[in-house]
Ligand binder design. Sequence first.
Ligand code: DGI
Ligand code: FE
Ligand code: FE
Ligand code: FE
Length: 190
Amino acid sequence: NYDFTAIRNELQKQLHKNRYDHTLGVEKTAVLLAKLHNVDINKARLAALLHDCAKNLSDNKKIEICKKYNIELSCEELNNLDLIHAKIGSVVAKYIYEVKDTDILNAITYHTTGKPNMTSLEKIIYISDYIEPGRDKAPNLKEIREVANKDLDKALFMILSDTIDYLRASNNYIVPLTMDAYEYYNNILY
Ligand code: DGI
Ligand code: FE
Ligand code: FE
Ligand code: FE
């Protein structure tokens, strides 16, 4: 019952060309993973399409939306507004695109950091964001793509691990939720 063509057209207006192309790559990958792992395909498609819908909003617009919807921001988030495009994207999906499904909204909210105990849909969006065909810079992509077809938890953990390594190496602030997700999946897998 969602008009995916209308949503794509709107996103094409809202996003830079490279970001729109990335979005279509995530859509394709998420649909494929949904089929392989028995997840609702239309939910995966919608979450994938909207996951970065707030990515190219101006800083002022992001802050305006946070105020309007009472989204609390930590100092670190205020200093790195790109970190909150996922949270804001979820709010935009809810109030502008009229998405009501909380699994879809959460998949958008947690697509950058991950979190402990994710649903299959949340994992698929997190993983698809990292492995879609347009991505080529991250290490181990070939292996992670193969693992993702068989084992979502394992692929998720590989991405969390590589992301944390990368953030440490570049002296970047690490969101507590990213570490929580890493610890959680490290515990249940190993
Ligand atoms: O929006 P995308 O570029 O498609 O992807 P994304 O929303 O997953 O954002 C990717 C960036 O987010 C990537 O450069 C790693 C970064 N990131 C993920 N977890 C953390 C983080 N950055 C910081 N500073 N801290 C984190 O915990
Ligand atoms: Fe993103
Ligand atoms: Fe990501
Ligand atoms: Fe993305």
